[in-house]
Design a protein around this ligand. Structure first.
Ligand code: ATP
Ligand code: MG
Ligand code: MG
Ligand code: MG
Length: 478
């Protein structure tokens, strides 16, 4: 019997507890910091300690932290390893132990506690972190072939433009050791998966860009629970672990289909539902209600995408109003006790909120259907007048997509039934415009807004542009 996700979480915490780490609860998904949008890593609740702004309560801690990463939303269902909601298991040292212990324990946890074969593990170190290289090589015994020196992007962690930072070292699992050592790339996810990241916080990055060694050296780590579960449960992706699969099965059941027999596209859509339902249940439980701004906007977009995806699959709710999110969310709540003990008690209001928001969105979709009808009638009329082939403009298709949540495939299908073509090139132009706008916005507003004057609640989550736009919201909500 493979080890359950719940058991992995418990054993991780116990492993570090028995090495004098205090087990602390997950912090809320809403950070205790008005300038940060959402909790993206386990270290966030300790940031004041790392920054030297708050005294440490204990020298060592360990947590299973609920996280949201909206920057990975495009990866959901496409890669085998990314979610918007996931749990990060972490061990932390506040000026206590450093590199040597962090590396040795990470290795012991992986190989002894969880029994991963040593020859399946690869590690990365920052390009000139010889100290980490030597610990992995000389003390742990990892052969040079499986230690990769990597650049700043992957292996140097900073908390912002200035402040505590340092090199990191990551552990990867190799699914295909038979492919050998030639031309290996740890970023090749058909072969490797990153599952554990150890950050050695040893510098303070100064205003002038120089690095000053910290008096207090810290350790900040993150291990993706769903990723380790996927490795240990020997399933092809994180979604098929016991942490998420029951939610997918529930959605499939409500759509009257079978995940196992489904094609890749359907599987991807079921994974999106599995992921987004987890995210919205935990966000709402932490007090983030759907709205048009800040965190609430994240929830709204995830809900809408889940509704749209569910309708595409033919998911049907049991009740009279046709809402199906609550039925799937019940499964998320059922699986919640070890992730967040508060979710069950808040279950009723979470389900109510989801139902309200789903029905609100369905109304928007239905307005879109009427609009599409009008657009098609006009296109047919114009074609008759001008004796050309009937065609829906890129602008119209984009408006339907962006404002009324119509996937292009659906618009195409409905249009074709009526003998109307779609200007796909025009649509792509509109999409590209939007992408450019969101990129520009993204450069201004980072996912975890830091030290900015703006409060996170007033900030639009620019990562989500591409599903609905800012301008579109005014239309929908007016
Ligand atoms: P990747 O390169 O795979 O996107 P990352 O380097 O962005 O991961 P870190 O910031 O190092 O991830 O986070 C620490 C750990 O958290 C990762 O090693 C991974 O196990 C897990 N993790 C990160 N992002 C996700 C995600 N979107 N879904 C699930 N687990 C994640
Ligand atoms: Mg990433
Ligand atoms: Mg990475
Ligand atoms: Mg990483």
């Amino acid at each position: 019997n493979p080890v359950s996700g719940d058991a992995i979480r418990r054993r991780f915490l116990e492993f570090y507890a028995s090495r004098s780490h205090k087990v602390l609860p997950s912090a809320s998904l809403v950070p205790d910091d008005p300038t940060v949008l959402l909790t993206i890593a386990g270290m966030l609740q300790f940031k004041p300690i790392f920054l030297g702004k708050a005294p440490r309560q204990v020298p060592r801690a360990t947590t299973a932290q609920k996280c949201i990463r909206t920057n990975d939303v495009e990866n959901v269902g496409r890669t085998t390893r990314h979610h918007t909601f996931f749990e990060m298991l972490g061990n932390f040292s506040f000026g206590d132990y450093f590199k040597k212990e962090a590396i040795k324990w990470a290795w012991e946890l992986s190989t002894k506690e969880f029994g991963l074969p040593a020859d399946r593990l690869w590690v990365s170190v920052y390009e000139d972190d010889d100290e980490a290289f030597e610990i992995w090589h000389d003390e742990v015994g990892v052969p040079v072939e499986r230690i990769k020196r990597m650049g700043e992007e992957d292996n140097f962690w900073t908390s912002g433009a200035t402040g505590p930072c340092g090199p990191c070292s990551e552990l990867y699992y190799d699914f295909h050791p038979e492919r050998g050592y030639k031309n290996t790339d740890l970023g090749d996810d058909s072969r490797f998966i990153e599952f554990y990241n150890l950050v050695f916080m040893q510098y303070n990055k100064m205003d002038d860009g120089s690095f000053e060694p910290l008096k207090q050296k810290n350790i900040d780590t993150g291990l993706g629970l769903e990723r380790l579960a996927r490795i240990l449960q020997k399933v092809p992706n994180n979604y098929e672990t016991d942490l998420i699969y029951p939610i997918i099965e529930k959605a499939a059941e409500l759509a009257n289909i079978s995940y196992a027999l489904a094609d890749d596209r359907t599987k991807m859509n079921l994974k999106i539902i599995g992921d987004h339902l987890r995210a919205v249940v935990y966000l709402i439980s932490d007090g983030v209600l759907p709205s048009n701004i800040g965190r609430g906007y994240v929830v709204r977009r995830l809900i809408r995408r889940a509704v749209r995806t569910g309708r595409l699959l033919g998911v049907k709710g049991g009740g009279e109003d046709g809402a199906f999110l609550p039925a799937i969310a019940e499964k998320v709540i059922e699986l919640s006790p070890h992730i967040d003990p508060d979710v069950k008690a808040r279950g009723h209001s979470i389900l109510d909120e989801l139902q309200r928001e789903e029905l609100r969105f369905v109304q928007t979709l239905e307005r879109g259907e009427r609009l599409l009808d009008q657009m098609l009638a006009e296109a047919l009329l114009n074609a008759q007048k001008s004796e050309t082939l009937p065609c829906l403009s890129g602008k119209d298709v984009f408006l339907l997509y962006d404002t009324f949540g119509f996937p292009v495939e659906i618009t195409t299908e409905v249009a074709e039934e009526r003998g109307v073509k779609i200007d796909m090139d025009g649509f792509e132009v509109e999409m590209e415009n939007q992408r450019r706008q969101s990129q520009a916005a993204h450069n201004v507003v980072k996912l975890a807004v830091e030290n900015g004057g703006d409060l996170a609640e007033n900030v639009h989550d620019t990562e989500f542009l591409g599903y609905d736009t800012l301008s579109a919201r005014a239309v929908v909500e007016s």
